[in-house]
Design a protein around this ligand. Structure first.
Ligand code: NOJ
Length: 563
């Protein structure tokens, strides 16, 4: 059944709340997406990952689902959704939905039932335990929630605690219960029957918890990981859903794979494993960020080593290539001076630095126009992560507030969630009403309309690059060799298939760099294909002078010995 179409796909991620609002309520919606399908077609992407649009009380903006089979009314109706997917398919765009099944909302009917009594048939759909200590008033173990604080909530009704690795409104499902696994397979099949082409599986590496739920190694912020990240039954459970649902249609299943590093990736994504087709790794994100929000300086050799690791996976593994999504800050601000003079070159260089790799590239909404982080006051942050961190620090460690502010200014999830900047007018062309979240004041400079009218824009560069990748066998199947791995400014790699190949050279620094490339076979005489500046030599010599944030691709036709 599997054609593995995703190997030729370029994905665009839509965070529906912030993409396009059709009815003026300030919240993006499905009809808004429908109105932008031609934009996606023109950009050239052939697949969309849509963040959750299911019914949800929005404690975590849709990642807390209360009905897996229906659409949140603020986004529209199931009929709108059907029109959307039909419109995508007409345009040759596949749709991958978000599957959030490590947890549900506490407002899901299963949880309402589950919490109602100890002998309710749904009790065992979730993870309930007695508390420790006298009267059971201490949580069952020391695990922490990824959103800070303890991972357990006491429930008066039955006098027991339930596990929630995210907010207390996101109780964890008990995957050890075969009924839960059957429900998950049924949900997948329901959407496959409606035409969905695959799923991005939210925190899928958390689903199997260690037997007995033992205490984790002490860590006040992230405690317990060793007992639920890639837990004891993960492979068994994934194989089961794969057998019952994912393998029955021509799908792509990509897992959000926290804890999955390139060394253990083959166990999860090897084609012979019948588990996931690909993994969204955090390994690259962790190079300059600790505990999901604390920034550390980018160490380019480390960054490159991670990319090289994933590029060196066995043939039967497939990578996911991304810099941005709804949980990450804007790459143009993260990896360079996104507000600076060389913004345009930086945006293009970053695009080259991952689009030329082996794997499926993802573009997050707004990345294609170089949207940046936003400056927010404490009370303008809306995401649960930032607001919880601030509340906690203000309450218990007020002197640490300046550090928290600094960290959030760089790494909060809010940066990715500001409304899409379609044009320079009130509401940014995103809404005619009051936007649910602050619009970045730089919309005058950065917006789709302006980028469309400038042939040298980041947007037009993405279009060119997406077109260039289409059907390009060297990029899809070619070998990968990294050069100058310890160089702190430049990322340089060669992709080669037979006698042809591409040399990609990217300067991550805002200053000039000279690189001797005479050690790269085929470099001398290679012809320029594209670059982030328009001024580079058409033919590559023994060395190259790279301008600030210059990224270039040269093509050669020779064997590995350079003949
Ligand atoms: C990962 C999602 O990407 C994130 O947005 C969400 O908060 C958590 N999983 C919990 O579902």
């Amino acid at each position: 059944m599997k054609t593995r179409w995703y190997k030729d796909a370029v994905f665009y991620q839509i965070y529906p709340r912030s993409f396009c609002d059709s009815n003026g309520d300030g919240i993006g919606d499905i009809r808004g997406i429908i109105s932008k399908l031609d934009y996606l077609k023109e950009l050239g992407v052939n697949a969309v990952w849509l963040s959750p649009v299911y019914k949800s009380p929005n404690d975590d903006n849709g990642y807390d689902i209360s009905d897996y089979r229906d659409i949140n009314p603020e986004f529209g109706t199931l009929d709108d959704w059907k029109e959307m997917i039909a419109g995508m398919h007409e345009r040759g765009i596949r749709l991958v939905m978000d599957l959030v099944v490590n947890h549900t909302s506490d407002e899901h009917e299963w949880f309402r039932q589950s919490r109602s009594s100890k002998d309710n048939p749904y009790r065992d759909y979730y993870i309930w335990r007695k508390g420790r200590g006298k009267n059971g008033k201490k949580p069952p173990n020391n695990w922490t929630s990824r959103f800070t604080g303890k991972a357990w909530e006491y429930d008066e009704t039955t006098g027991e605690w339930y596990l929630h690795l995210f907010s207390k409104k996101q109780p964890d499902l008990n995957w050890d219960n075969p009924k839960v696994r059957q429900e998950v397979a049924d949900i997948c099949n329901y959407w496959f029957e409606l035409g969905v082409d695959g799923f991005r599986c939210d925190v899928i590496t958390y689903i199997s918890k260690a037997e007995g739920l033992p205490n984790g190694k002490f860590n006040p912020i992230m405690c317990g990981d060793e007992h639920f990240v890639l837990g004891p039954h993960i492979h068994e459970y994934l194989k089961e859903i794969n057998e019952k649902a994912w393998s029955r249609y021509d799908t792509m299943i990509v897992g959000e794979a926290i804890g999955c590093k390139y060394v253990n990736a083959p166990e999860l994504i090897g084609e012979d494993r019948n588990e996931l087709d690909s993994a969204i790794t955090f390994e690259l994100m962790d190079v300059d960020m600790k505990m999901s929000f604390f920034p550390v300086k980018l160490n380019l050799p480390k960054f490159k080593a991670v990319q090289t690791g994933w590029q060196s996976l066995p043939e039967n593994c497939w990578s996911t290539l991304y810099y941005e999504n709804h949980d990450q800050p804007r790459s143009i601000t993260r990896y360079g001076n996104g507000y600076g003079y060389y913004r345009n070159q930086l945006g293009k260089m970053l695009a080259l630095s991952y689009f030329m790799l082996r794997g499926t590239p993802y573009v997050y909404q707004g990345q294609e126009i170089g949207m940046t982080n936003i400056a927010l006051k404490d009370d303008e942050y809306v995401d649960i992560m930032a607001t919880r961190v601030f509340t906690l620090i203000k309450k218990f460690f007020p002197p640490l507030m300046p550090i928290a502010r600094w960290a959030m200014a760089k790494r909060a999830r809010d940066h990715a969630r500001t409304p899409m900047q379609w044009e320079n007018k009130t509401g940014a062309g995103f809404t005619d009403g009051t936007p649910w979240m602050k619009i970045n004041p730089n919309l005058g400079e950065i917006n789709v309309k302006t980028e469309q009218s400038n042939p040298n824009s980041i947007l037009n560069f993405y279009k060119k690059l997406i077109e260039f990748r289409k059907g390009n066998e060297i990029i899809r199947d070619g070998s990968y060799t990294e050069y100058f791995n310890s160089n702190k400014s430049v990322y340089c790699f060669v992709r080669q298939l037979g006698s042809r190949g591409y040399i990609t050279i990217c300067n991550f620094k805002e200053k000039k760099v000279v690189l001797n490339v005479d050690t790269i076979p085929g470099a001398r005489g290679a012809g320029l294909v594209m670059g982030s500046w328009d001024t580079q030599d058409a033919v590559l010599g023994d060395s190259i002078l790279l301008k600030p944030y210059e990224g270039v691709v040269y093509e050669f036709g020779c064997d590995t010995a350079g003949n």
